[in-house]
Design a binder for this molecule. Structure first.
Ligand SMILES: Nc1ncnc2c1ncn2[C@@H]1O[C@H](COP(=O)(O)OP(=O)(O)OP(=O)(O)O)[C@@H](O)[C@H]1O
Ligand SMILES: [Mg+2]
Length: 506
């Protein structure tokens, strides 16, 4: 048997009636970048969590560096030199970078006295790997990309030989992703072994040496990246051909449903993030907002959803002029919102799937009658949505926190689309969801448009913007740089605008 650093044999893991791992076999060679690919709920995170000691398998064996081992906890994993960057970060926001890195790994009584030395080591590592992380910074002040670099630094600090990254690029800008991928290549060249989960096939093709495809809790194949292609990978994942290109009918937009004039929004630090922005969205049209993330898109979405204060001359929805106060009850006025951060804004994590489905509508008929919740109706409704959107869940009474990341996203999308909104605000709708589900969600958004909705789509994924938009607005530093039709010949122009250049200045 050839040398491998990790061998997982016949791993079985169930949660109640959900069989997350059904006898998985996985072999990883030292120094390779090995991608795990699979649909939402296929069992990728669970398998990696077993390797990191977060879950115990019901049965099966793990061999690490040719020794059979049990990994009882993340602490064991770290001692074995296994590091993991989680799909949903596990840092404590109120602690510093350095405190987070040694948390739980260091005798508490020594942390304080050793802190200068710990910080120095982190500083040196950050410099060596060009990670630009400051040991004394508070995690809550860091951007998503920076937090992720802290997680990577944490693994390097503890001397990881094997680094697991669970969808690290889902939350990064294209530039940050590019940087991360080349960084991972460098680490692998230095001998680190990397297990990498992603839904993005281009990334698999670009960075990995081998790929294992998981489907329904089983590893169905491991292939050499150089001997496969995206279409084949997609087929293996989903078990059918995936279109990879969407049919968009020519739209005939109608009257203006939503408009905003001279919107100004400040960011968390009180600096202007959206500057005098005006736009309108018509019936039966998707207006796409393209841009590199961090150019005010988040603040724009939060302001329009009434979740942060903003100043504006006018916002009109469905012929009603709105005040700041109206914005916070927009859902009663026919607006739906798919937020960018499902865990912070879209979902109530301790609640069940069905409670999340009716979080905003439970007071209304038919879910409530004379003040009494109609449990049967709610359950039937939830099961209907689960079926329609192919959400992988054992029972709709299960806590939403137990669903895989992509399935959590599908719950938000299903709930918001099912409200048949007049105006739909969508921010990064397919982040973290697999290609089959991405295709489905995009189709649903187009179907909403064809049914008459006015849709404002914010996405940092240009391909998504092109696939769905009737008009593209490019946002840069809080302003709209210009409008471009979704014509692939204009990609370069859009790219320039995204970088803040107009034709006149280019
Ligand atoms: N703690 C838990 N309790 C109950 N069920 C769980 C738990 N963790 C995972 N599951 C279930 O196990 C299955 C596999 O989940 P997992 O998170 O591994 O999927 P995944 O492949 O990582 O998907 P995604 O791409 O959406 O992140 C899912 O059906 C999920 O709902
Ligand atoms: Mg996952």
């Amino acid at each position: 048997m050839k040398d491998c650093i990790v061998r997982m044999e016949n791993i079985v893991k169930s949660f109640g009636s959900v069989r997350a791992s059904r006898g998985v076999n996985l072999e990883v060679c030292p120094g390779e970048i090995h991608c795990l690919l699979g649909e939402n709920g296929a069992g990728k995170t669970v398998l990696m969590s077993i390797l990191y000691g977060l879950y115990q398998p019901d049965s099966g064996d793990i061999y690490y560096k040719n020794k059979k081992i049990t990994i009882g906890s993340p602490k064991d994993a770290i001692n074995l030199r296994i590091g993991m960057v989680h799909q949903h970060f596990m840092l404590v926001p109120t602690l510093t970078v350095a405190e987070n890195i040694v948390l739980g790994q260091y005798p508490a009584w020594k942390v304080l006295s050793d802190m200068p030395a710990i910080q120095e080591k982190i500083y040196q590592l950050s410099k060596e790997f060009d990670l630009n992380v400051h040991p004394e910074a508070l995690v809550q002040d860091l951007s998503v990309g920076e937090q992720q670099r802290v997680e990577i630094l944490k693994a390097l600090y503890h001397g990881a030989d094997l680094l697991v990254l669970d969808e690290p690029t889902a939350v990064l800008t294209p530039q940050e992703s590019e940087h991360l991928l080349s960084f991972l290549r460098e680490l692998a060249d230095k001998g680190l072994t990397i297990l990498f989960i992603t839904h993005k096939l281009e990334e698999v093709m670009q960075v990995s040496d081998r790929v294992t495809i998981l489907r329904d809790g089983k590893a169905i194949a491991t292939v050499n990246t150089s001997e496969t292609n995206p279409r084949e990978l997609a087929r293996m994942m989903v078990g059918r051909d995936v279109l990879m290109e969407l049919m968009k009918k020519e739209g005939e937009s109608g009257e203006v449903i939503f408009s905003v004039r001279n919107l100004n929004v400040k960011d968390e630090k009180g600096l202007p993030a959206v500057k005098n922005l005006s736009l309108e969205v018509r019936e039966r049209e998707v207006v796409g907002i393209a841009g590199v993330s961090g150019n005010g898109q988040t603040e724009l979405a939060l302001a329009l959803a009434g979740l942060v204060e903003s100043q504006f001359d006018e916002i009109i929805l469905n012929k009603h002029s709105l005040t700041q106060k109206d914005l916070s009850r927009l859902n009663h006025l026919g607006m739906a919102h798919i937020p960018e951060d499902r865990q912070k804004m879209g979902l109530i994590l301790p609640f069940s799937v069905s409670e999340n489905f009716i979080a905003e509508t439970y007071r209304n008929e038919p879910f409530s009658k004379k003040g009494f919740l109609q449990f049967r109706t709610i359950k039937d409704y939830s099961n209907m949505l689960v079926k329609k959107f192919s959400i992988r869940v054992g029972d709709v009474d299960e806590a939403i926190a137990n669903l895989s990341g992509g399935n959590q996203q599908k719950v938000v999308v299903a709930r918001e689309l099912d409200r048949r909104p007049k105006f739909l605000l969508v921010n990064q709708p397919t982040r973290g969801i697999d290609i089959g589900a991405t295709e489905f969600v995009r189709q649903q958004i187009l179907a909403e448009r064809d049914a008459g909705s006015a849709i404002l789509l914010i996405s940092t994924d240009l391909e998504e913007i092109f696939a769905l938009s009737d008009r593209i607005l490019v946002m840069y530093e809080g302003r709209i740089m210009g409008e471009v039709p979704p014509d692939h010949n204009r990609v370069e122009e859009i790219g320039l605008m995204m970088a803040g250049k107009t034709e006149a200045t280019a």
